[in-house]
Design a protein around this ligand. Structure first.
Ligand code: ADP
Length: 462
C-alpha cells in the first residue's frame, strides 16, 4: 500500500516538475503555476490509466487466466494476483483431494458384495453400484435420475417404498427369479440427510435355500425316527397289556428289535454324515488294498443276500472282479462305507436270482474305477439327479422294507468328493443300474503291495 501511495505522489511530483519545466519556456508570469498544475493533473490521469489497465489485466486473467502463473508480479495488483492465484490453487488442490476421496469411496461401495443405491428426496436414483443394478435389472448410467418406483415394479417393493416406514427389511424376488431358479433379495431402505434414502440389497437365495434344507432335514429326521418309535411303543403296550404266550412274546420282541435296529442304523448314518461334513479331507498317509477289500466286500454281500432272501431257492448271482491290484489312498473306513453302501443297495433293490457284478479296474489314464452293476428294477431318469439328496427315495416302501435310511447315496457322494472322486450313476428302467466311483490318479497306488491290507500305512515295506 505504501508503494502504491509513494508511486502516486512520485508521479504527481514528477508531473508537476515537468509542467514547471515546460512553463519556464513561456513568458507569462503565472505560467509556472499553471504548468505545475497541468503537469500534476496529467501525471494523475496517466497514473490512473496505467493503474486501471493493470486492474483490467488482472480481471481478464481472473476470467480466463491460468492459475499456475500470476497475472503480474509487481505492485498492489501483482500481490493481489499472486494471492488470488494461491487461493485458486489451494481450492483446486482441495477439490482434487475431495474428488479422489469420493472416487475411492465409490470404488469401495462398488466392491461391496451388497447392492448400494442412493436416492434423492424425490426418490430418484443418484448413484448405484453394479450389484444393485444386477439385483434390480437396472443400468448404472442410463437409469440415473430415474424414479426408482417407476423402475422396480414388484408390488411388495412398491408398497414398502411408498409406506415410508423403513424400520424392517423387505424380502422380494430378484430380477432373474424363475420358478426353476428362484432368486430372493433382502432389501432395506435407510433414510439419511434431508429426505434422502440409502438402499441396501443382498442376495439371500443361498441362505433361504440352506434354511429350507435345514427345515426339511429336521422334518425328515423326525419323521424317520417317529415311525419306528411309534411301532416300538405299540409293541411295548401290547406286551404290557396282553397276556401272550412265549412264542408270541418272542415274535413281538423280534419285531421290536428290528425297529430298534432301524433307529440305530439311522442314527449311525446321520453320525457318519456329520463326521464327513465336519472333518478335513483324508490325507495320503492311509489307504486300503483293493484285493483284500474286495474279498471282505464279497463275504458281506453274500451274507446280506442270504439274510434278505431267506426263502429264496437261489440267491443273487454275485460276481466280484478285482483287476486292480493296488491301493486306494484315503480313509479306509470311509471307502469301505461308500463301497459297501453301493453293494448293499444293489442287493436290496435287485430281486433274488438277479445278477450283481462288482468290479475294480485301472483306467488307461491311471484313474481307478470301482463299479457295481445290477440287473434290478433300474431308476427312471427324472430321479437320477436327486438320488444323492438326503432321504430321497424312489421306492419308499422297498427302501424301508430292506432297512434303508435314504442316506446311503448321500454318504457315498460325500466320501467320493472328499477323495476327489466322481460318483457316476447310469440306469435303465426295467434293466438295471451301474454305480461307479472314479478315483483320480493321485489316489491310486497301482502296485501298492506290501502294506497292512485294511487300514495300514500306504507304500511298499521292505
Ligand atoms: P436307501 O437307504 O433308501 O437305499 P440310498 O440313498 O442308498 O437310500 O438310495 C436312494 C434311493 O435310490 C433308494 O431309496 C432307491 O430308491 C434308489 N436306489 C439306490 N440304489 C439303487 C439300485 N441299485 N437300484 C434301484 N434303485 C436304487
Amino acid at each position: 500500500m505504501f508503494w502504491r501511495f509513494f508511486s502516486f505522489i512520485a508521479c504527481q511530483i514528477l508531473g508537476g516538475l515537468a509542467g514547471w519545466y515546460a512553463a519556464s519556456f513561456t513568458q507569462a508570469p503565472t505560467s509556472g503555476l499553471v504548468g505545475i498544475l497541468a503537469g500534476v493533473v496529467l501525471a494523475g490521469v496517466g497514473w490512473f490509466l496505467l493503474d486501471t489497465s493493470r486492474g483490467a489485466h488482472l480481471l481478464r486473467w481472473l476470467r480466463v487466466g491460468d492459475a499456475s502463473e500470476a497475472a503480474m508480479r509487481t505492485g498492489l495488483w501483482g500481490e493481489l494476483s499472486d494471492r488470488v492465484r494461491r487461493l485458486i490453487r489451494s481450492r483446486e488442490q482441495m477439490t482434487i483431494e475431495s474428488q479422489n476421496r469420493l472416487h475411492d469411496f465409490l470404488l469401495a461401495l462398488q466392491a461391496s458384495p451388497n447392492g448400494v443405491m442412493l436416492l434423492d428426496a424425490r426418490g430418484q436414483i443418484e448413484w448405484l453400484n453394479q450389484t444393485a443394478a444386477s439385483h434390480f435389472g437396472l443400468d448404472v448410467q442410463r437409469d440415473l435420475r430415474q424414479h426408482l418406483g417407476n423402475l422396480v415394479r414388484d408390488p411388495g417393493f412398491a408398497s414398502y417404498f411408498a409406506s415410508h416406514d423403513y424400520r424392517g427389511e423387505l424380502t422380494m424376488p430378484g430380477r432373474d427369479n424363475t420358478p426353476e431358479r428362484p432368486v430372493r433379495l433382502s432389501v432395506h431402505l435407510h433414510p439419511y440427510g434431508a429426505g434422502r434414502l440409502l438402499l441396501l440389497s443382498s442376495d439371500i437365495t443361498a441362505v433361504e435355500q440352506a434354511e429350507a434344507m435345514r427345515r426339511d432335514f429336521v422334518a425328515n429326521v423326525s419323521h424317520e425316527i417317529r415311525t419306528p418309535l411309534t411301532v416300538l411303543a405299540g409293541f411295548v403296550e401290547t406286551l404290557q397289556t396282553l397276556a401272550l404266550n412265549d412264542q408270541e412274546r418272542a415274535r413281538y420282541l423280534d419285531l421290536m428289535a428290528q425297529q430298534a435296529g432301524r433307529m440305530q442304523t439311522l442314527v449311525n448314518d446321520l453320525l457318519t454324515l456329520s463326521r464327513l461334513e465336519g472333518s478335513p479331507p483324508p490325507g495320503a498317509s492311509e489307504g486300503i488294498s483293493m484285493p483284500t477289500l474286495m474279498r471282505q466286500l464279497e463275504q458281506d454281500a453274500r451274507a446280506l443276500s442270504a439274510v434278505l432272501n431267506p426263502a429264496a431257492d437261489h440267491l443273487h448271482n454275485l460276481v466280484f472282479d478285482s483287476s486292480l491290484t493296488g491301493d486306494i489312498v484315503g480313509a479306509p473306513n470311509e471307502l469301505i462305507s461308500a463301497m459297501s453302501n453301493l453293494i448293499s443297495n444293489a442287493i436290496r433293490y435287485t430281486p433274488s436270482g438277479g445278477e450283481i457284478t462288482v468290479r475294480t479296474r485301472l483306467l488307461p489314464d491311471d484313474r481307478a474305477e470301482f463299479s457295481v452293476q445290477d440287473s434290478g428294477p433300474g431308476i427312471a431318469p427324472e430321479h437320477l439327479p436327486r438320488l444323492t439328496e438326503r432321504f430321497y427315495r424312489v421306492d419308499r416302501s422297498r427302501s424301508r422294507d430292506t432297512g434303508g435310511t435314504g442316506l446311503g447315496l448321500a454318504i457315498v457322494k460325500h466320501v467320493a468328493q472328499r477323495h476327489g472322486a466322481e460318483l457316476k450313476i447310469e440306469s435303465t428302467l426295467g434293466k438295471g443300474s451301474v454305480f461307479r466311483i472314479i478315483f483320480p490318479a493321485s489316489r491310486v497306488r497301482p502296485f501298492g503291495v506290501g502294506h497292512d491290507p485294511i487300514a495300514g500305512p500306504v507304500g511298499p515295506t521292505h
